[in-house]
Design a protein around this ligand. Structure first.
Ligand SMILES: Cc1cc2nc3c(=O)[nH]c(=O)nc-3n(C[C@H](O)[C@H](O)[C@H](O)COP(=O)(O)O)c2cc1C
Length: 224
């Protein structure tokens, strides 16, 4: 009798343990799946996590001032960054200057020229992103005097992207990608640099849906 009772207790313990394990698995699965669809915005580092494709990070710098004066709701390059994010479902990181650039276009061109002449690395206000989990990093900026604004170079100097795929994108008045691809190749000799995207800033402002189509076409070509 005691022997039968012992067997019953052992069987009950095994069944109970399995039920508990299944319950635990379900809980952790539902936690991770809910994590994978949540949208999270980290205010400090300005990293926006959609969580749907945590292998892509879209980095950008952009002003909200139009060349011929006036405010843009969103800067030209920022809008292209939005299109890339929408299509790749990646995360985004905005480079925010510690010292804001002047509102005035001409003033900004002077500051930018000085920064370039001095090969300056203006400080970034927000925390740099942890890029460990990303495989592909898009890096976007307006073209300032033929190249990335020096504040983008601050980012590049301080974030090691060796072994990653790095892809430039720009908006400009006419300089295209400028020397951004070359800058990335020099900065990250151990990264794979892929074909970038550029469009005129005014196109983004005046005809965003056509730019979005161009961005999607380019991304299709890259396999997205
Ligand atoms: C300081 C400064 C320098 C610029 N230099 C160039 C240039 O060399 N070539 C060019 O095509 N556009 C140049 N532009 C125009 C910007 O690249 C263009 O307006 C861009 O779309 C602005 O992007 P954003 O709205 O994201 O800041 C310059 C603009 C500024 C403010």
């Amino acid at each position: 009798m005691a022997f039968v009772a012992a067997i019953v207790v052992i069987v009950a313990a095994i069944v109970g343990f399995n039920v508990y394990k299944n319950f635990q698995n379900n809980v952790s699965e539902s936690n991770s799946s809910s994590r994978s669809v949540k949208t999270k915005v980290k205010k400090n580092g300005k990293v926006t996590t959609t969580g749907k494709n945590n292998k892509v990070l879209v980095v950008y710098f952009s002003r909200k001032k139009a060349v011929y004066g006036g405010d843009l709701k969103r800067g030209n390059t920022a809008r292209v960054a939005d299109f890339i994010q929408e299509k790749t479902k990646g995360d985004t990181y905005e480079i925010i200057p510690k010292k804001a650039y002047p509102n005035d276009y001409d003033e900004t061109t002077k500051v930018a020229q000085r920064e370039q002449d001095q090969n300056a690395r203006p400080a970034i206000k927000n925390a740099l992103p942890d890029v460990k989990k990303y495989k592909t990093i898009f890096i976007g900026g307006p073209i300032w005097w033929g190249e990335y604004p020096m504040i983008v170079r601050t980012f590049i100097d301080n974030v090691n992207l060796s072994g990653k795929t790095v892809i430039p994108f720009t908006t400009a008045a006419g300089s295209g990608l400028g020397n951004t691809e070359e800058t990335l190749r020099k900065a990250y000799p151990k990264a794979t640099i892929r074909t970038g995207f550029t469009t005129e800033g005014n196109n983004v402002k005046d005809n965003p849906s056509s730019v979005k189509r161009e961005v999607n076409k380019w991304l299709n070509g890259l396999g997205y």
